[in-house]
Structure formats: C-alpha cells, structure tokens
Design a protein around this ligand. Sequence first.
Ligand SMILES: [Zn+2]
Length: 208
Amino acid sequence: MAARPLTWLTEISSQQRNLAAEVIGSPRERIVRALEYLAEQELIELQTAGIRLRYRRIKMPPDVRTLTQSIYERMLQREVREVARLHRVLEFVAHDGCQVSSLGAYFGEPRQQPCGHCSWCLNGGKAVLLPERPRPVIDEGLWRQAVQLRRSQSEALAEPRSFARFLCGVSSPRLSRAKLTGHALFGALDHVQFQQVLDRVGKHRHES
Ligand SMILES: [Zn+2]
C-alpha cells in the first residue's frame, strides 16, 4: 500500500513570518527563501495568495482637505483626458484623408503620399461617416425613482458625479461600499451619455 502523502494546509501570514523572524533570530528574507527551497525540493506546495502592499505613512500632510481636493482634481482631469482620447479615435475613424498618413503625422512621421490601403484610400478618397447617435430621452418615471433613491442614500449619491456614475453603471469604491452596485437602478441610464446625465443632475438641483 502506497503511503499517502501528508497534507498540511496552512496559511502563513506576513505578520507570522515577521514574528518567526524575530523568534528564530533570522532575517525575514531567509525564512521566505527557506520556504521557497522546500517548495523547489517538492517537499511542500507553496502558494502565494492575498498579497497586500503595505504602505507606511512617513509624514502627515499638512492639510488633508487640500490634498483631497488636489487628488480629486487630478482624477477629474484624467477623466476628461481619457474621454478626449476616445473622441480622437472616433475622429480618426471618420478622418477625411489618408488614415495611415494621419496616424504617421500623429506620431511625428508624416507620409508624403497616401498609403493606398487604408479605408479612406480604398474608398476612393471618401471619409467614413459615423452613424448618427440620437440623444436618448431620459425616462421621467425612472428619473423620479432615482431621485427618491438619492434622498435615501444621501451619503453615497449626494455628489452629482456619484449620482451620474451610479445611473450610468460606473462603479466606484463609494458605491460598492453603500452596496449600490447591485441595485436595480445601477446602470439604468447606461445608454445615455455620462455628460447628459450629469447635466440633468445639475439642472434639477431642486429635485434632490
Ligand atoms: Zn491611406
């Protein structure tokens, strides 16, 4: 009868390794290396899971409010930049001219002649027309429900942008924390442009 391999399931947390290092008087790295060695010898099966990056606060920012504001503004700028980039892709698709030339020029290598094999060149020098996107109508009944929910979830949805994100189905840590990403109205307006929803939130401040 073959001996059954001994299974010993254990979790070693980072703190335990630190403690072991202290008790044995060996550096933590040496313990990690020893575990890796045992795994290499196929004496144990080693799996790394649930890695957490630890940060240490070196100093307290002088003004948390200013810091929060500056991070928030940076995030907003990033959002604007990313949306603009997407628009540039659409412009590129509908560009009236050789697309390869236009791409080359974007990266600082303009071409002298049209390429002859992009959609514009193959299309006999005609630009692609993007389909019209009609502005969707926001259902009033749905909007009323949303406004009602916003009143009861004032902490998570008070901020116009959070409310618009919720309706467009864009999750955020705040929405997940409030367990709103599973709500029936989460993403109810995902067919509407974010800006249109945001405008509506701003326009109807008295509703909230
Ligand atoms: Zn071309």
